[in-house]
Design a binder for this molecule. Structure first.
Ligand SMILES: Cc1ncc(COP(=O)(O)O)c(C=O)c1O
Length: 462
C-alpha cells in the first residue's frame, strides 16, 4: 500500500511558544485595537496568517550562516557567496543586494520610470505600483482574462494577457514603455502561477520591440514548482533548472528575499545591462549602502544564500504547495467560498460570497477578520473595500473596492498540519455561523494606505 500522508520535511529544533488566550480576552484586545488586526500585538495572536513575507522559519544551516557572516564594509566574503548563488540561479551578470524587494523596485524605477512612461505587468504588487507612480510613470495591469473568474479552476491563472501586451507595445512603442515586468507567482491574483510558455512569449515580444523584460521574482521557486507539476513536458526536470530557464528569458529581476529567499529581511536587483547596473549602483550607494552589502549585514547575505539553495529543494516545495492546497481543499469541501484554485502562498476567502448579507461598504472582509480572531485567535488580512476602497473627504462618500477578499497567507516552515487543521475548523465554524457577521464602519482613517492604521466599529445595518 502506498503511503499517502505528506509530512513536513523537517523536524523542529527550536520552538517559540504560542500564548493561549480566551475569547473574552480577545474581544477586549480587539476593542482596544479599534477592530484593526494590524493594531494587535503579535504575541496576542495564536495563528498569524497576516503575511508570508519575512515570516519564514530559518533552517539550522541558515542560523549557522549568520554566525559565519563577514561584516567587512567592502568586499565581504558573504557578498561573494551570495553573488555566486544568485548568479548561478538567475544567470544575470550584475547582482545588487538591497534591504528588501521595494528598495530594488525604487532603484529600478528611479532610473527607468518617469513622466510619460507606462510599465505593464501581469499584475503589479502594491509596492511595485507605488514605486512606478512615485517616479511619475503609469503602472498597467494586464492579467489574463480567466484571472477575473473566482470559481474557475485553471492551471496558470497568473498569466499575462499577451494580446493586451502586444496592443500596448504597438500603441506606445519603446519610447514610452521602458520595461515590461512579470510577477511570479502573481500575488495580487491570489498567488496564481505563470506558465513557462507565457514567460517565453512575453520575452520574445519584448525582444522584438527591444524592450527590457524584468521578473518580479519573490516567489520564483513556488512558480517553478507549479510549472514542473502542471506544464506539459516539465515533470522530469528539476525545479532549479526550470527556475534557471524562467530567468533566462528575462533581462533582470527584482527580488524580495522575504518570500522564497526563506529569510526575514533582504532582497536584490539583478540585470545584464552594464550601463543600467552602473546607474543602479550609484543610487544604491546613496540610499542603501556600498554595493557589496547594499543595506544588509554580511550575515543576512549568508542566510539568503543558504535560503535560495534550500527553497528549490523538491521535498520542501512539494510540502509547501500541498499544504496550501490542503487548507484550500478542506475549506472547499466544507462549502467555504474561496478563490480557486489554491495558489502558492495563500488562500483567499471570497468575502462577498462568505457574507452575502453584507454590502461592500459594510466591510465584509473586516467583519470576517474580526470574527476569525475572536473565534480562534487567527489573524488574517482584509483585501477589499478597507484596503482598496476610497473615502472622498469633500463629500464624505465612501467608494467600494474592486472585490472583497480575506487572505490567509501561510508563513514558510512555521506551522504544522495540526495548526492548519485548527485553521480549517475555525474558518468552517465561522462560515457555519456566517449570519452573525456584523457590518463595520470606519471610525478613523488616513488618506493613504488607510487599512494599516484605520479604526472601525461594529454597526447596525440600515
Ligand atoms: C509580488 C511582490 N513584489 C514585491 C514585494 C515587495 O517586497 P518587500 O516587502 O520585500 O519590499 C512583495 C511583498 O509582499 C510582493 O509580494
Amino acid at each position: 500500500m502506498a503511503i499517502k500522508t505528506i509530512i513536513e520535511p523537517f523536524k523542529i529544533k527550536t520552538i517559540e511558544p504560542l500564548r493561549m488566550n480566551t475569547r473574552g480576552q480577545r474581544e477586549e484586545i480587539l476593542k482596544r485595537a479599534g477592530y484593526n488586526l494590524f493594531n494587535v500585538r503579535a504575541e496576542d495572536v495564536l495563528i498569524d496568517l497576516l503575511t508570508d513575507s519575512g515570516t519564514s522559519a530559518m533552517s539550522a544551516k541558515q542560523w549557522a550562516g549568520l554566525l559565519d557572516g563577514d561584516e567587512a564594509y567592502a568586499g565581504a566574503r558573504s557578498f561573494y557567496r551570495f553573488e555566486k548563488v544568485v548568479r548561478d540561479l538567475t544567470g544575470f551578470t550584475h547582482i545588487i543586494p538591497t534591504h528588501q524587494g521595494r528598495a530594488a523596485e525604487k532603484i529600478l524605477f528611479a532610473i527607468l520610470g518617469g513622466a510619460g512612461k507606462i510599465i505593464p505587468n501581469n499584475t503589479h504588487f502594491d509596492t511595485t505600483r507605488a514605486n512606478i507612480e512615485v517616479s511619475g510613470a503609469q503602472a498597467a495591469d494586464l492579467p489574463a482574462k480567466e484571472a477575473l473568474i473566482p470559481s474557475l479552476v485553471k492551471d496558470f491563472k497568473g498569466n499575462m494577457d499577451i494580446t493586451a501586451l502586444e496592443r500596448l507595445l504597438k500603441q506606445k512603442g519603446r519610447e514610452h514603455v521602458p520595461l515590461v515586468m512579470m510577477t511570479v507567482t502573481n500575488n495580487s491574483c491570489a498567488g496564481q502561477p505563470v506558465s513557462m510558455g507565457c514567460i517565453r512569449r512575453v520575452s520574445e515580444l519584448c525582444r522584438s520591440y527591444k524592450i527590457p523584460f524584468f521578473i518580479d521574482a519573490c516567489r520564483f521557486a513556488e512558480n517553478a514548482w507549479f510549472i514542473k507539476t502542471r506544464e506539459p513536458g516539465c515533470k522530469g526536470r528539476s525545479v532549479k533548472e526550470l527556475a534557471q530557464e524562467m530567468f533566462s528569458y528575462a533581462d533582470g529581476c527584482t527580488m524580495s528575499g522575504k518570500k522564497d529567499g526563506l529569510v526575514n529581511i533582504g532582497g536584490f536587483l539583478a540585470m545584464n545591462d552594464d550601463e543600467l547596473a552602473q546607474k543602479a549602483r550609484n543610487i544604491l550607494i546613496v540610499t542603501e549602502g556600498f554595493p557589496t552589502y547594499g543595506g544588509l549585514a554580511g550575515r543576512d547575505l549568508e542566510a539568503i544564500a543558504v535560503g535560495l539553495e534550500e527553497v528549490v529543494e523538491e521535498d520542501y516545495l512539494h510540502y509547501r504547495i500541498i499544504s496550501t492546497k490542503y487548507l484550500g481543499d478542506h475549506l472547499v469541501r466544507d462549502g467555504v467560498p474561496i478563490l480557486q484554485p489554491p495558489g502558492g502562498h495563500a488562500i483567499y476567502l471570497d468575502a462577498a460570497r462568505f457574507a452575502p448579507q453584507l454590502e461592500p461598504l459594510d466591510l465584509p472582509g473586516v467583519s470576517i477578520c474580526v470574527d476569525l480572531y475572536v473565534l480562534g485567535g487567527i489573524r488574517a488580512v482584509e483585501i477589499g473595500t478597507a484596503m482598496f476602497g476610497r473615502h472622498d473627504p469633500e463629500t464624505g462618500i465612501e467608494h467600494p473596492g474592486p472585490r472583497e477578499l480575506v487572505r490567509l497567507a501561510i508563513p514558510r516552515r512555521v506551522y504544522t498540519q495540526s495548526h492548519i487543521d485548527y485553521v480549517i475548523e475555525v474558518v468552517t465554524e465561522l462560515y457555519r455561523r456566517r449570519q452573525s457577521l456584523r457590518p463595520f464602519r470606519f471610525v478613523e482613517q488616513e488618506p493613504v494606505l488607510r487599512h494599516f492604521t484605520a479604526s472601525y466599529t461594529p454597526a447596525v445595518r440600515g
